[in-house]
Write a protein that binds this ligand. Structure first.
Ligand SMILES: [Zn+2]
Length: 310
């Protein structure tokens, strides 16, 4: 397959990729902080990418709320100079500005006969036993606006996570011809996240464990594009007393940007970096706490578990 990407992987390049469906809550603060500290402790670059591919879910104003919150909590992102200016907002790559790029990759995959249209509804798939097993692969349906799937090459249903070691997932997750363009015309997260990571030359992905199961699928796409996948580290998810991930849907409250210190200290504690020094607990500024955390970051102290109850 021809090279579709150019990547500069000579320096650590990490990213935090929030969806602007609401303000940052404590769970996303922990994810942002883990990816920031892991990058900065290795003198790496740390980018923020706005994952607003699913426009209908976007909440007006939340991009600025999220970016302002990161600043309040002492996490200053690097400008992504590899992404063209008109794809950026406040120095962050923005997915909704990159549709032409995704379409370009989509057309290339189409020309390589790796994509096909699927007419199956969710209900159809349920009736076929719950897993999509390539029903439309050889049906030669026109590209007429129905969902489009990729012909998946069976691969390894496992990968090595920096925190969890060897992670094995359900075979179906790697073998399924998954959707790359939805029937509503939106590109699927699975495709765009890999295109973005490659275009931004991301070397290390540090994110919440909720995406862990889909990582082998993303790695298979890197392999298809003949690009070395990044290293992956999945942080424990913050869950509430009902064992739900904190999210806008279950009404997780926004972090308090007017008084960031208590939540910053709590987030550090979740990441295995509790601060006991009186000097830091007392009058230290957010910037001083962040500096201390960069100096003291140790990935091996992060609890190697899938979730943390708060
Ligand atoms: Zn189908």
């Amino acid at each position: 397959m021809q090279k579709q990407f150019q990547a500069d992987n000579s320096q650590y390049r990490g990213r935090f990729a929030p969806s602007p469906s609401g303000p940052l809550h404590f769970g996303s603060l922990v994810a942002a902080l883990g990816s920031f500290l892991h990058a900065k402790s290795q003198s790496g670059l740390w980018f923020v990418r706005i994952e607003d591919i699913d426009k209908p879910r976007e909440q007006v104003g939340s991009v600025d709320d999220i970016l302002d919150a990161l600043v309040s909590f002492g996490m200053i992102w690097d400008q992504d100079l590899q992404t063209p200016d008109d794809n950026n907002y406040r120095g962050c790559a923005v997915q909704s500005k990159r549709l032409a790029r995704y379409q370009q990759i989509f057309v290339q995959l189409q020309q390589q006969e790796l994509l096909y249209t699927c007419y199956c509804t969710r209900k159809d798939i349920k009736q076929m036993g719950g897993n999509y097993l390539g029903h439309c692969r050889d049906k030669q349906h026109q590209f007429d606006g129905h969902a489009v799937r990729i012909k998946q090459t069976p691969g390894k249903a496992e990968f090595v996570d920096l925190l969890h070691g060897k992670v094995t997932v359900d075979d179906h997750l790697i073998n399924e011809d998954y959707i790359v363009k939805r029937s509503d015309g939106l590109f699927a997260y699975q495709l765009v996240v890999v295109v973005d990571d490659i275009d931004q030359g991301i070397t290390n992905v540090v994110r919440g464990a909720d995406i862990m199961e889909l990582t082998p699928r993303q790695i298979s796409l890197f392999n298809l594009f003949e690009i070395t996948p990044p290293a992956y580290l999945h942080l424990p998810l913050i869950i509430n007393e009902n064992r739900q991930k904190l999210s806008k849907q279950n009404k997780a409250s926004a972090i308090n940007c007017n008084n960031p210190k208590p939540e910053l200290l709590k987030a550090l504690s979740c990441l295995g970096l509790p601060i006991n020094e009186e000097s830091l607990l007392g009058s230290a500024t957010v910037a001083e706490i962040i500096d201390w955390a960069i100096q003291n970051w140790d990935m091996n102290k992060v609890p190697a578990q899938l979730d943390i109850l708060i």
